[in-house]
Design a protein around this ligand. Structure first.
Ligand code: SF4
Length: 200
């Protein structure tokens, strides 16, 4: 059976969505609906596009050299089975997996859903917790609110645990040939607005 994923966006290579240079997969669909979510256009389950997991794995492996992939959302655990399969395929090739979730690690573990546990099992670094606008804090790498936590589920990135405060948040700006500007990464709204003012 062909496994498919509903995705919003795929970046073959980025330096701002986790350790090192990584592919990044933004999945479509999120049932959590955090107040102040920066990506509400990823909430609808039927938005985005449908892609085959094997084709995505091939795209990652044939694309620019990366050390891993980051799954973010939307809510990755809403498509746990397909992402676990993608994660397994990429781990076989030596890539690392970083996964964001709006759920708490403990609730994912204790729920006992085999697909959820399978996605946890392929994840090296998990960032958990919903974005909370009132706890906005961009001083830690890759995450936007103080309640969110880093879980080093394997030894792959354990060495970063003591160094997190030295890793800055960064933004990437891409300019397409047709003049469209796309931004990813993390910054304060004011910084982003200033940047776009200068660019546009
Ligand atoms: S879990 Fe993430 S994508 Fe979903 S509503 Fe919260 S911040 Fe937005």
């Amino acid at each position: 059976m062909v496994t498919t994923l509903r995705i919003h966006k795929f970046l073959p290579s980025t330096k701002v969505e986790g350790p090192g240079t990584r592919a990044c997969l933004q999945v479509q669909g999120c049932p959590i609906h955090c107040k102040g979510c920066a990506v509400p256009f990823t909430w609808a389950e039927n938005g985005g596009i449908s892609v085959e997991v094997e084709a995505l794995a091939e795209r990652v492996m044939k694309g620019p050299q990366v050390e891993g992939i980051t799954f973010l959302g939307g809510e990755p655990f809403a498509q746990a089975a397909a992402l676990a399969e993608l994660g397994r395929l990429l781990k076989q090739e030596g890539l690392s997996i970083m996964t964001f979730t709006g759920y708490q690690y403990e609730e994912l573990q204790q729920g006992g859903d085999p697909d959820v546990l399978a996605l946890l099992a392929v994840t090296d670094l998990l960032i958990d917790g919903p974005f909370q606008q009132e706890l906005l804090d961009t001083s830690r790498p890759w995450i936007g609110s103080r309640n969110q936590r880093y879980h080093f589920l394997t030894e792959r990135y354990r060495h970063l645990e003591e160094r997190l405060q030295h890793i800055p948040n960064r933004l990437e700006v891409r300019l397409a040939p047709d003049g469209r500007v796309a931004v990813n990464g993390l910054a304060e709204v004011e910084q982003l607005e200033a940047l776009l003012r200068d660019l546009l």
